[in-house]
Design a protein around this ligand. Structure first.
Ligand SMILES: Cc1ncc(COP(=O)(O)O)c(C=O)c1O
Length: 360
C-alpha cells in the first residue's frame, strides 16, 4: 500500500490544529468550553462582515468572482497600492503553497526557523522541497544564522513576523540588514498574520519593500477581523510576482461570502480598534497573573503568549480540557514544557488562570 504514496508524503507529520469546542464538549460531557488555542478573535467576527454575508447569502448559486476584483481593489486602496499587487488566498495557508509552487524549483531549498508556523515546513515537504530550519535564539528568529545558511540552492526564506508560537518579532534594522545581504535570486516572505496587534516602534512594515526588493508579504483576515472560519488571506507582492502567482492559484479559491465579508471588514475600523484595545489590555492582565503564579512567559507582540509551564505540556493540556479550557500544547513544536495561550476576553482569561492554578 505504501508503495502507492509519494515518498515525500511518507515523511510528513500532519498539521495538528487547535482542538474544536464542539469536540471537547462531546468528549468531556461539558456545556461550557472556551478555546484559547488558535489565536482567533475573542470578540467574534466583524459586524460589518456579518452583515455583508447575510446580504450576499442568496447569491451563492453563482461562482465567486474569480479575479476577486472588488476585494483586491479595496485591499489595495487600504494599503496605498494597486490591485495588481494583491493575490487572494483561501487563508494565507493556501498562499504559502502557491508561493512555493510559483517560485521554488524541485531542487531548490527553503529556509525558515525551527520553531515557527508549522505550515512552512509541512507544505514544503508535501511539495518535495528541501527545508533548512535554523534554531531560534532567545525565542527569536536568528537572522545572522539564517544568512549563513543561504547557499546556491536557496530560493526562499519564510519569516513569521511576529513569530507564531513565540510572539517575538524581528526589528526593521534586522530585516534591512538581511535584505542588504540577500542574493538577488532569493525571495523573502514576511508573514504578518498578527500585525494588527503590534505595539512597538521598530517593527518592520513589509509592504515598504515589495516594489524594490524580492519581498512578499502575507496578511490574513483570520485573526484581527475574526474571519478564520471563512478562510481568506492575501499576499502583497510586486505586480510581476503577483501575476505569476495568479497563474498558480485555483480559479475559485476564495468563496463568494468570504470576498463580500472581507471587503466589508476593511471598513470596520471600530471593530479593529476594539479588538486591538482588548488584546493589549488583556495581555497585561495575563502577564500580571502569570507573574503572580511564578510562571515564566515570553513577552509577545501578538495575540497569544508562550508559557513555560515547567511540566509535560501534553499532560497539562489534557487536564485543562477536563475543565473546559482548550490551549495549545507545544509538543509538535518540540517545546515539551510549553503551552501557547491565545489572549481572550477578561472572563475567558480569568477562567484560564483559575484552571491553570488548579492543574499545576
Ligand atoms: C504565522 C501564521 N501565518 C499564517 C497563518 C494562517 O492563517 P490563515 O487562517 O489565513 O490561513 C497562521 C495561523 O495560525 C499563522 O499563525
Amino acid at each position: 500500500m505504501e508503495k502507492l504514496i509519494r515518498k515525500n508524503i511518507l515523511n510528513v507529520s500532519p498539521y495538528i490544529a487547535g482542538k474544536p469546542i464542539e469536540e471537547t464538549k462531546r468528549q468531556y460531557g461539558l456545556k461550557q468550553v472556551i478555546k484559547l488555542a488558535s489565536n482567533e478573535n475573542p470578540l467574534g467576527a466583524s459586524p460589518k462582515a456579518l452583515a455583508a454575508i447575510k446580504k450576499n447569502l442568496s447569491g451563492i448559486n453563482r461562482y465567486p468572482d474569480s479575479s476577486g476584483f472588488y476585494l483586491r481593489k479595496r485591499i489595495a486602496k487600504s494599503l496605498g497600492l494597486e490591485h495588481s499587487n494583491i493575490v487572494l488566498g483561501n487563508g494565507s495557508d493556501e498562499l504559502i503553497d502557491v508561493i512555493i509552487k510559483t517560485f521554488v524549483e524541485d531542487d531548490e531549498n527553503i529556509i525558515t526557523a525551527d520553531i515557527t508556523f508549522l505550515e512552512y515546513e509541512i507544505i514544503s515537504k508535501v511539495l518535495g522541497r528541501r527545508v533548512i530550519t535554523v534554531p531560534l535564539r532567545y525565542f527569536k528568529y536568528d537572522l545572522e544564522s539564517i544568512k549563513r545558511k543561504i547557499d546556491k540552492k536557496t530560493k526562499l526564506i519564510f519569516i513569521s513576523n511576529p513569530n507564531n508560537p513565540t510572539g517575538t518579532y524581528v526589528t526593521k534594522y534586522e530585516i534591512e540588514d538581511l535584505l542588504q545581504c540577500l542574493p538577488e535570486d532569493v525571495l523573502l516572505v514576511l508573514d504578518e498574520a498578527y500585525d494588527t496587534f503590534i505595539d512597538v516602534d521598530d517593527f518592520p512594515k513589509g509592504l515598504k519593500y515589495i516594489n524594490n526588493k524580492n519581498v512578499l508579504v502575507l496578511k490574513t483576515f483570520s485573526k484581527a477581523y475574526g474571519l478564520a472560519g471563512l478562510r481568506i488571506g492575501y499576499a502583497v507582492a510586486g505586480a510581476k510576482f503577483a501575476s505569476y502567482m495568479e497563474r498558480v492559484r485555483q480559479p475559485f479559491n476564495v468563496n463568494l461570502l468570504a470576498q463580500a465579508a472581507a471587503t466589508a471588514a476593511l471598513d470596520d475600523k471600530k471593530f479593529l480598534k476594539r479588538t486591538r484595545k482588548l488584546i493589549l489590555k488583556e495581555k497585561n492582565y495575563l502577564y500580571d497573573e502569570l507573574s503572580k503564579l511564578g510562571i515564566a512567559y515570553v513577552p509577545s507582540v501578538a495575540n497569544f503568549i508562550l508559557l513555560d509551564v515547567a511540566c509535560d505540556c501534553v499532560g497539562l493540556f489534557k487536564e485543562m480540557l477536563k475543565f473546559g479550557v482548550i490551549v495549545r500544547d507545544m509538543q509538535q513544536y518540540g517545546l515539551k514544557n510549553f503551552i501557547r495561550v491565545t489572549i481572550g476576553t477578561r472572563k475567558e482569561n480569568e477562567k484560564f488562570i483559575k484552571v491553570l492554578k488548579i492543574v499545576l
